[in-house]
Design a protein around this ligand. Structure first.
Ligand code: SF4
Ligand code: ZN
Length: 311
């Protein structure tokens, strides 16, 4: 008879899952505790917010942002949290995502603000008619960043938490490092202070949690998450980056944590002062931060609307 491996924490229940890249065999209950404790430690270690601050949490309907909202709510039960969701107007996908977000905030008793992109006169699908064709993730990222800044400002939140996990950060790190984009590389820090009155402090409480751990946490705490993938996500750079990351991690379960530690303790302190961040001014159209007269968001809006008029 093969005896089950016991959880290394409680030494009582069978270990069903693992954390820290397979090194910590845990039962579901101990895994949930491990996850919430680690999120709390990251928030405190990097001084992401205080108990007095109103924290906006960007929720998309996916496992990462769902795990973020639930773990923050449990780790900081008295924190003033407001959930922000953008309905991107992606056919057959966005309504499904919004319904999952509504279920989650109801379970967590958290205030929700939804922004329907169609109210701006366009949707993410419309970018397929522009030069972005099969690469709409690029304008989508710009749109999401801008709208989230706007929403956070409107709800009076000084902090905006996003569900970027360890794998997201490291795959972007590899990409930005090898393309020499050190400005973007510095922006992967766990906390980004505002550089403009219309910006919030951006924080990444899941910086030490892997994608697998987010998924496990979502599963064990039964977070309502979307069952569909975005139709525009096929073959995106982030997916390719994660594949490279997985192959580099093979045979070295420490690889991801070593790389993150190297990034935070060595690389960032070394290059931060040397990398010239663009001087921010206010966009002449929307007033939001921009490195040029007209911001990236307003330029994309103009492009998508111009194409819409021609169609
Ligand atoms: Fe936007 Fe691309 Fe994500 Fe779809 S996969 S929601 S288009 S960034
Ligand atoms: Zn603008």
């Amino acid at each position: 008879m093969i005896l089950p491996i016991l959880c290394v924490k409680c030494k009582n229940q069978p270990a069903e899952t693992s954390a820290v890249e397979g090194r910590l065999k845990l039962c579901p209950k101990c895994f949930i505790e491990y996850f919430e404790r680690r999120v709390k430690e990251s928030v405190q270690k990097f001084h992401m917010f205080t108990h007095e601050e109103r924290v906006a949490v960007a929720v998309s309907g996916g496992k990462d942002s769902g795990a973020l909202l639930r773990s923050l709510k449990r780790a900081f039960p008295n924190l003033d949290i407001v959930a922000l969701h953008i309905n991107l107007g992606i056919n057959g996908y966005s309504e499904h995502c919004e319904s999952k977000v509504r279920e989650l905030v109801k379970e967590e008793c958290v205030e929700l603000n939804v922004f329907k992109l169609s109210e701006e006169g366009f949707t993410i699908d419309d970018f397929r008619k522009t030069l972005y064709k099969n690469e709409v993730c690029s304008p989508c990222g710009i749109v999401k960043r801008h709208i989230l800044d706007r929403m956070a400002l409107e709800v009076g939140a000084k902090v905006l938490a996003t569900g970027h996990n360890l794998d997201d950060i490291l795959s972007t790190l590899l990409h930005t490092f090898f393309s020499g984009d050190f400005v973007q590389l510095v922006r992967l820090k766990p906390v980004l202070m505002p550089q403009h009155p219309y910006q919030t402090k951006k924080v990444k409480p899941l910086i030490k949690m892997s994608e697998f751990e987010d998924y496990q946490y979502a599963l064990y705490t039964e977070i309502p998450i979307r069952e569909l993938n975005c139709p525009h996500s096929i073959g995106t750079k982030s997916r390719e980056g994660k594949k490279i990351l997985e192959s580099l991690s093979k045979g070295n379960p420490n690889f991801k944590y070593q790389t993150l530690s190297l990034f935070l303790k060595k690389l960032i302190p070394m290059i931060e002062d040397k990398v010239k961040q663009p001087n921010l001014m206010s966009c002449i159209r929307c007033g939001f931060p921009s490195s040029t007269e007209v911001c990236a968001y307003c330029k994309r809006v103009e492009m998508v609307k111009r194409v819409g008029k021609r169609a």
